[in-house]
Design a protein around this ligand. Sequence first.
Ligand code: PGA
Length: 250
Amino acid sequence: MFQMEDIHKMNVLVYDNDEKIGIAAGNYMCGQVLAKPDSVLGLATGSTPLKPYGHMIELYKKGAVDFSRVTTFNLDEYCNLDVNDKNSYHTFMYNNLFNHINISNENINFLDGNAEDLEKECKEYEKKIKRAGGIDIQLLGIGSNGHIAFNEPSDSFQRWSHVVKLKESTINDNSRFFDSVDEVPTHAVTMGIGSIMQAKRILIIAIGENKADAIKQLIDGNVTPQCPASVLQFHTDVTLMLDTGAASKI
Ligand code: PGA
């Protein structure tokens, strides 16, 4: 016997603060690697994953986990920004994780936002994910408007990796990292909703009350491309790690 409400139920975990989320999420990601040393990890940028990455580094330094056989795919990258620019997601990942663990460079994958043919680059990225055996666990943050990666609210779900023109609100949000708003790239390449949904497991982290509406919609709102994260209701293995602020409306 099972109850309908148990089907595809999301695993919602609430913590007192982001320190505890960092430890729990870092343990969760490393647990995947311990269970399967050649795991394929889908990784995210932004402020949310900083503490989880910090804890993954700590576990590596203690000798508790080995990343030498791990492969990674990052969710997104800006277009027309040098990969070595301080604001590229490439730089973010090396500074905050890759430079501090024993991952092998050839196993690290990013969409190339400077590729001459971006559409071809996106198709190639999907093929690479497939050749690697698919993503075992995808780490996600969420925007206060419900975006995941650079999949912004829109009239339809974009299935696979694609080029996006950034919304003015996103450009303004991200301008805090640049010297001026004019320096923020106008386009990005991102994994699509289908690429994310194909991950075997999803770990989504949200910190702060400004994420509470998006989290409510993600858990029990209508599934709509106006809140891209709501599609995760159709995934069979989703864990949410929230602080009390992000969990305040559920
Ligand atoms: P944040 O971004 O971690 O900086 O809040 C999350 C996101 O926009 O996906």
